[in-house]
Design a binder for this molecule. Structure first.
Ligand code: BTN
Length: 275
């Protein structure tokens, strides 16, 4: 944890206690600047903080993404939030489904508040107009093979402008709610809705993806019917949905069905079969 960081008493015009109460949280810490909200949430969880404990920051100095990548956002222009989840033991949690569940919560939040269509790109990206608007980083502490807690970190680009992205390559792949809608959405409204959605998609069940959750993911699956590339841009095949255990299904050019459980993929150009 970053010891130098002091928690704020108020944020975006209201007291922290007001936000904590109106979002129905057991504990809420908001900082101007920290290393990583995931690290602070993890330290709190290790000290037995209850499920729903939430950490928000205006800025991170060592924000991280998946696979050791940096996650950078200019101060005050993104929602940088981590929440402690304590998945119920029954049905047995399937950790690979958590980033997808959290991604679904982010997607539903954006749809509700911005009224736009949102895609989920396996395993953890949230897309608007084919560009990444948010990323999810779930970090689990395991007792044996069971997660004793999971820290779900979300970085949502709210008010970034084109100049805020590092270079043209990032600009071509990323967006923000401001760029996508022309509207400046309020971070507290996004946080409140996201927390509500998050507790909804993770509190009751963190098991295999079935029923309503599976259906909701399938309708937003940005890789379905698309050419899927590995991180080196080599084509893997065409996306054929997400299995109940969170694995990505890809139909290879020679007709085999391949399941990918870890790693990154990218969406390629439209396939011939695609409208
Ligand atoms: C990714 O797309 O690779 C995941 C990005 C996750 C970024 C968020 S910002 C809040 C939380 N704290 C971090 O250090 N990372 C996550």
């Amino acid at each position: 944890m970053n010891d130098a960081a002091e928690a704020l008493r108020s944020w975006e015009g209201c007291s922290i206690e007001h936000w904590r109460e109106s979002w129905g949280l057991p504990q809420l810490l908001v900082f101007r600047r920290v290393g990583s909200t995931n690290d602070i949430a993890r330290a709190l969880a290790e000290a037995d903080a209850p499920a729903g404990t939430t950490v928000i920051a205006d800025e991170q100095t060592t924000g991280r993404g998946r696979q050791g990548r940096r996650w950078h956002a200019p101060a005050g222009k993104a929602l940088l939030m981590s929440i402690v989840l304590r998945p119920p033991k029954r049905p047995v949690p399937v950790p690979a489904t958590l980033p997808l569940r959290v991604g679904l919560a982010v997607a539903r939040t954006i749809e509700k508040l911005a009224g736009i269509r949102v895609g989920i790109e396996w395993p953890n990206d949230v897309l608007v107009g084919g560009r990444k608007v948010a990323g999810v980083l779930c970090e689990a502490a395991l007792t044996g093979s069971m997660p004793s807690f999971v820290v779900a970190g979300v970085g949502l680009n709210v008010a970034l402008e084109a100049v805020d992205f590092a270079d043209d390559e990032v600009r071509a792949r990323a967006t923000s709610l401001l760029l996508a809608t022309g509207r400046r959405l309020e971070r507290p409204a996004l946080a409140g809705t996201l927390l509500h959605e998050l507790l909804h998609v993770t509190a009751a069940d963190a098991g295999a993806l079935r029923g309503e959750i599976a259906r909701q993911l399938a309708t937003r699956d940005a890789l379905r019917g698309r050419l899927v590339l590995d991180p080196t841009e080599r084509p893997l095949g065409v996306g054929e949905g997400i299995d109940p255990d969170g694995a990505l299904r890809v139909r290879t050019p020679d007709g085999r069905l391949q399941r990918t459980r870890t790693g990154s993929v990218r969406v390629g150009p439209p396939t011939a079969a695609q409208p």
